[in-house]
Write a protein that binds this ligand. Sequence first.
Ligand code: ZN
Length: 294
Amino acid sequence: MSDKLTKAVTKNGFIRIYAVNSKGIAENARKFHSTMPTGTAALGRLLTGAVLMGAMLKDENTSLTLQMHGDGPLGRVMAVANSEGDVKGYVENPLAELPLNHLGKLDVGGAIGRNGYLSVVKDMNMKEPYIGQVPIQTGEIGDDLAFYFAQSEQVASLIALGVLVDRDYSVKQAGGFIVQIMPDCDEFNLKKFEKAAEGLSSVTAMLEEGLSNEELIRRVMHNFEVEILEEKEVGYHCDCCDERMQRAIVSLGKKEIQDIIDEQGEAEIVCQFCNKGYKYDKKALEDMLERAKR
Ligand SMILES: [Zn+2]
């Protein structure tokens, strides 16, 4: 399943809007992590936000990590996206589940928990990573990311992320959009956008109507002339590999590795993003111990 992300800007250049249909991403995440519906929605929303923000990274080979760490039953929820459109993530307690909230919706805010923080780390390829952190506002993720943009990057944003879970627990719809007001936007256009945003239906409702990204963008920005800049494929992709896992073991240090050799004689690591298992026998661990000594 391949998903698409679309970038657009108003013809006057004052407002940009990125939209993504992330059904494949959210469904892959659900399958990898066997999440219950609330976890499916929370992880799906965070992955959707991450892939949208990843598309804003300017340089190649850069990545972005979003982490929601609240006091709710899901524990930590994490998503990593790069500038090429790959995204992966996990949730600490995938089976955690709460009753529907007062609106009859999956209680993502309650499951993440409102006491805690959202952190954003941008890995800028050699340069020092950028780290931003804000307190969780609602735990519904879209609002929290918008708060982050306002606080840390001084960019006014409207962020809508939605995941609709089907009766059989599979992902029926997933997607979202980010609208950002550029700093040079004048009061007139800002007011005009606020008026457009007032009557909007939810992103899952728009996806249920079968809108394409471009149609969704034109719906959200209906009182503006919009120019579509780019459409690209995005997807859930884990880049774990044997060498990366070995590096992780080597980074534990020689004492830890010696302890594993003495106590277990072998090691099995499971990738937290895709559940792929990596097994290392005593000989392999001894080689890694040698690397750790160097
Ligand atoms: Zn993996």
